[in-house]
Design a protein around this ligand. Structure first.
Ligand SMILES: CC(C)(COP(=O)(O)OP(=O)(O)OC[C@H]1O[C@@H](n2cnc3c(N)ncnc32)[C@H](O)[C@@H]1OP(=O)(O)O)[C@@H](O)C(=O)NCCC(=O)NCCS
Length: 194
């Protein structure tokens, strides 16, 4: 796992980011019950992982992400509604394979779909990355058929640079398209006044 190239030291276990309607907060065990309940078969339809059968699997997932945060390779966040504090889902930035090309990921619970919270959360996380992390481009892999998700990197100025079939954890495969969102596209997005 590659470390994120932070411009200055950041405690990734204690990040809190706000935008108009959502708050992103470093993931912790406190979110296990909601993640366990909401990360369902339907939600994972276009994702690599399978839904957890037992809450211990969710706790193990959180522990893995927090290890990565401790090591400086990942930032995993829970997403909450800013006003009501309702749990909405999770998102993350991961050092993964290429240090200068960290990967974004997101899922929202079913009840939170359809309001553009996904775009808002990823835009906030991408802005944090743009400010705090040295990278050439962010990577956003997504199944070709997952239109609401594809709209997110497209909004941020991403373009497809890789395609292919990727096996899923519990069988089957994803027909993946991988977007690249260059730092320059984010600079344009985050500094334009429109
Ligand atoms: C991906 C995800 C986070 C997006 O959720 P969201 O923010 O609620 O997305 P929305 O429903 O608001 O839709 C986003 C955009 O897609 C468009 N859209 C949604 N469904 C669509 C469809 N069937 N056809 C065409 N456009 C569609 C919306 O109109 C909206 O367009 P806009 O950006 O121009 O406003 C959410 O669908 C999710 O959690 N899915 C399950 C997990 C998952 O697949 N994660 C991504 C893995 S790559």
């Amino acid at each position: 796992m590659n470390r994120l190239l932070l411009f200055q030291p950041v405690d990734l276990l204690d990040v809190s980011l706000e935008s108009e309607r959502v708050r992103l907060q470093s993931i912790s065990d406190a979110y296990a019950p909601e993640i366990f309940r909401e990360f369902t078969e339907e939600i994972t339809r276009y994702m690599y992982p399978a839904p957890p059968a037992r809450i211990e699997e969710t706790l193990a997932f959180i522990a893995r992400v927090r290890e990565g945060m401790q090591a400086g390779s990942d930032l995993g966040c829970a997403i909450r509604a800013r006003e009501s504090e309702e749990f909405l889902g999770c998102c993350g930035l991961h050092g993964k394979a290429a240090q200068r090309a960290p990967e974004l990921g997101i899922w929202l619970k079913k009840g939170a779909h359809g309001h553009g919270f996904g775009r808002e959360a990823i835009a906030r996380l991408a802005r944090w990355a743009w400010e705090q992390v040295d990278f050439d481009y962010l990577v956003y892999p997504v199944d070709r058929a997952n239109v609401p998700s594809r709209r997110i990197p497209e909004f941020l100025g991403g373009t497809i640079f890789k395609e292919g079939l990727v096996p899923r954890m519990n069988g089957g495969s994803l027909d993946e398209v991988v977007y690249r969102i260059p730092r320059g596209a984010l600079t344009q997005r985050f500094t334009s006044s429109t």
